[in-house]
Design a protein around this ligand. Structure first.
Ligand code: HEC
Length: 122
């Protein structure tokens, strides 16, 4: 898995927490990215074919689609506005996404997982 050192650190800390905890229910990760969320986010970008249009590493395809990594359009987003674009198709500028980018009506929890995964990319 390609992750930055920050992403790897988050993953390691979380795995350590998971290993030392007595039960999964005792772990609360509502605001910080967990390793599970990052893994889920990566799987979602493949399942929903984000990778098909934005390239395997989500850096975009010149002349077709933008990079959606932190060095690309992701820097224009926060967690909330990213949830919004994947739910309603409305971008932070207020403009709608253009086809072939879809309005996914994605649940916020899934948009969050993708957001956290994208944060681990360059
Ligand atoms: C069928 C091809 C296709 C698929 C599949 C696709 N995209 Fe896109 N996406 C595009 C294109 C082309 C654009 C540029 C058009 C636009 O920005 O309106 C875009 C734009 C975007 C933008 C930038 C919107 C902006 O301008 O701020 C984001 C964020 C994004 N896509 C995320 C995703 C995610 C996450 C997925 C998977 C859930 C995904 N895309 C799946 C083609 C696709």
């Amino acid at each position: 898995m390609r992750v930055t050192s920050i992403g790897a650190t988050i993953a390691l800390i979380t795995m350590a927490a998971l290993c030392s905890a007595s039960g999964a229910e005792s772990i609360s990760v509502s605001t910080d990215a967990s390793a599970a969320q990052i893994t889920s986010g990566k799987a979602l970008t493949q399942k929903l074919r984000c990778t098909g249009c934005h390239a395997a590493t989500l850096v975009g395809i010149p002349g077709f689609s933008p990079s959606i990594t932190p060095s690309g359009v992701l820097k224009q987003y926060n967690q909330k506005t990213f949830e919004t674009v994947l739910d309603t198709g409305v971008t932070p500028s207020g403009a709608p996404v253009s086809p072939p980018m879809k309005v996914y009506h994605l649940p916020a929890s899934q948009a969050d997982d993708i957001y956290f995964y994208l944060q681990t990319l360059k």
